[in-house]
Each structure stands twice: as structure tokens, then as C-alpha cells.
Design a protein around this ligand. Structure first.
Ligand SMILES: C[S@@+](CC[C@H](N)C(=O)[O-])C[C@H]1O[C@@H](n2cnc3c(N)ncnc32)[C@H](O)[C@@H]1O
Length: 230
């Protein structure tokens, strides 16, 4: 018997509106729906069993494997692009590529640069989400601009402090892009590194920093490997 592929689909702050119509019905009628609580909340009318990722990626993978074996249709909801600092790489530890069908939404990086009206092909794409800041600090030096995913501990203020300690100019231009994709809550704040120290933001944000130092050729660009489950 051929097992159905597990649909791993990205959602932005626009919620259901960010999902292609062709896939919406698959989410609403899935037998098993796995995701972070924010993503699950976007689909209150979904009929299937719901599993929040707080159970851990191992338990979620076990449930997905059992669903697959039983011929049930399983869907995993991700934030943005599942394969960009997302649950996609965690799932690949448990499933072969052929067992998964990835449907990405725009990443938070793309939405941040779109909100700023700035090109991003020359940006360093970094994450402080659940990871040490030294990679972020080194990464900022590799490119003319950097976009940094944050979390509730590594906030824009904490990251700004680390960048100042690494020698960036206090007047370095920055932007914090909050709640991207949400038509009512999205907000962009233009600021500087030193001003960031005193500012607080919505929990969901991306920090963009325009590098004020000459690029450091001794630092390798960071990789984009990730195992985060939101
Ligand atoms: C684990 S990463 C997931 C990234 C995701 N896979 C992507 O492609 O954007 C979670 C971080 O992405 C950023 N993020 C995700 N959604 C966001 C949104 N709607 N607005 C602002 N930042 C967001 C935040 O920094 C958040 O802590």
C-alpha cells in the first residue's frame, strides 16, 4: 500500500488567507492536524484530531507515522516556509523527502523586506530564535544588511546590546517588523541600535539591521540549518 504524503504547509500572519485555496480543504478535512497553537487557531473549523507541537517533535512524528500507516490524511501547519528555520527540517529527521509534501508560504524574512520595500538578495538571513547570539553577531558582519528572527528571550533589545558590544555604531539603522502578514496588526518601527535598548515590541517580530561596519572577510556566512519546532 502506498502511504499518503504528509502535507506540510506554511501559514503567515494572514492566517487562512495565506493558504492557497487548493489546499484549504485539505487542512479543514485532514484526519490529523499538527501545528503550533497559533497556526492551529487559524483553522477553528478544521474537523480532524488536533495535536499541538508542545507535545514534542518525537511524539508528533509518532502520531504522523501512525496516521500514515492507517491511511489517514495528516497535515502539519508551519509558520512561513517550513524549510526555512522551521519544522520542515525537524520532520526530515523522521521522514524521507518523498513522504512529505511541502507547500511554503512567504518567510518572515520576505515579508519583512516587502514591508520595508527593500531588496533582500544581499541580506544575511539569521536567527536568534532559541540559539546563541554569537552566530548572529558574526553574521551581521558578513552582509550590508541582516534580518534576524527573534524570540521572547533574544528580543530586539538583547540583540542590539550584543551588536553594540561587538562594536557596531550606536546610530546603526534598524527596523523591527511586527506581526507580518496580519492586515490589522502588522507594524514597522524604524529605529537605531541604541534606541532599541529601551524599546519593546510584539512577541512576533523580525529585526533588520543595516551593517555599519566594513564586511568581515574572516567570518563565514552562517548556514540556514534548523531544527526549531514552534
Ligand atoms: C521558528 S522561526 C520560523 C520562521 C518561519 N519558518 C519563516 O519562514 O518565516 C519563528 C520566528 O520567525 C519570526 N516570525 C514568524 N512569523 C512572523 C510574523 N508573522 N511576523 C513577524 N515575525 C515572524 C519571528 O522572529 C519568530 O520568532
Amino acid at each position: 500500500m502506498t502511504h499518503p504524503r504528509i502535507l506540510v504547509i506554511g501559514v503567515t500572519g494572514a492566517g487562512q488567507g495565506s493558504v492557497p485555496v487548493a489546499y484549504l480543504d485539505q487542512i479543514l478535512t485532514a484526519d490529523v492536524l499538527v501545528g503550533g497553537s497559533r497556526q492551529l487557531d487559524y483553522f477553528p473549523e478544521a474537523r480532524g484530531e488536533r495535536l499541538t507541537l508542545t507535545c514534542g517533535i518525537g511524539a508528533a512524528a509518532d502520531r504522523l507515522r501512525a496516521a500514515q500507516a492507517a491511511g489517514q490524511r495528516a497535515v502539519v501547519l508551519a509558520s512561513g516556509d517550513p524549510l526555512c528555520y522551521g519544522i520542515g527540517s525537524s520532520l526530515r529527521r523522521f521522514f524521507a523527502a518523498e513522504e512529505l509534501l511541502f507547500v511554503p508560504a512567504p518567510t518572515a524574512y520576505q515579508l519583512a523586506f516587502a514591508a520595508l520595500g527593500e531588496a533582500w538578495h544581499d541580506a544575511a538571513l539569521l536567527s536568534a530564535h532559541n540559539r546563541p547570539l554569537d552566530t548572529v553577531v558574526a553574521g551581521v558582519r558578513t552582509a550590508p544588511k541582516a534580518a534576524i528572527l527573534t524570540d521572547d528571550r533574544q528580543t530586539p533589545a538583547v540583540i542590539a546590546q550584543a551588536l553594540l558590544e561587538a562594536g557596531l555604531d550606536p546610530t546603526t539603522r534598524c527596523a523591527v517588523c511586527e506581526n507580518l502578514g496580519d492586515a490589522e496588526q502588522q507594524r514597522v518601527v524604524m529605529t537605531t541600535l541604541t534606541e532599541l535598548l529601551e524599546q519593546t515590541f510584539a512577541p512576533l517580530n523580525v529585526l533588520v539591521v543595516w551593517n555599519s561596519l566594513p564586511p568581515d572577510a574572516s567570518v563565514s556566512p552562517p548556514t540556514s540549518e534548523d531544527t526549531d519546532a514552534e
